[in-house]
Every structure is written in C-alpha cells, then in structure tokens.
Design a protein around this ligand. Structure first.
Ligand SMILES: [Zn+2]
Length: 95
C-alpha cells in the first residue's frame, strides 16, 4: 500500500482519509481499508456498492489514525490479522 489515493491514484489531498467499509451488522471489512482523497471515498464514488450490500463507510483523517488506534484495534473486524496488517501499512503514511 502506498500513500497515493486508492480511488483516483492521484497524490492524496492535503488531508487524506483512511477509510473502510462495514457490513450491515457493523462488522468492519479488513480488505476494504484504504487511503483516499477527501472526495474519493467509497461513499462519494461507489454509492451503488454500498446500497446494494447495506455497507457503511467509515472514514476519518489519516493524521488522526494514531490518536484513535486503540479504538480501531478494538473494532469488530471480519479478519483481524489482515486488518492489523493493513492498518500498520496505513500508519506508515500517517505522519
Ligand atoms: Zn483521489
């Protein structure tokens, strides 16, 4: 994973987001964790996918990830090892 936007492949906006999807039960989907521009979220770009599956988008400023890492670690993930691997990759770009 690099620090470019996973959606438009551009250099991230000045305030890049980290985001992932949750299923209809609120379980976080590890393989959807990604870095995007503020206006490239799943919510902004893939609304039909969300609607079709009952997914929700969780997104917050990448710069706040370290601050919220304990909350992220304690979320319900569908694949915890993969989630932590991807979160650790994202953290490399959180400064
Ligand atoms: Zn983008």
């Amino acid at each position: 994973m690099d620090s470019n936007c996973a959606q438009c492949h551009g250099i991230p906006a000045a305030q890049p987001l980290v985001e992932w999807l949750t299923d209809a039960n609120g379980v976080c989907l590890a393989n959807t964790i990604r870095i995007v521009c503020a206006n490239c979220t799943y919510y902004d770009t893939q609304q039909p996918l969300l609607d079709r599956n009952g997914y929700w988008d969780r997104a917050f400023e990448l710069s706040t990830l370290k601050k919220y890492i304990n909350i992220v670690n304690n979320m319900a993930w569908d694949n915890y090892p993969l989630a932590m691997q991807r979160i650790n990759e994202v953290l490399k770009h959180a400064n």
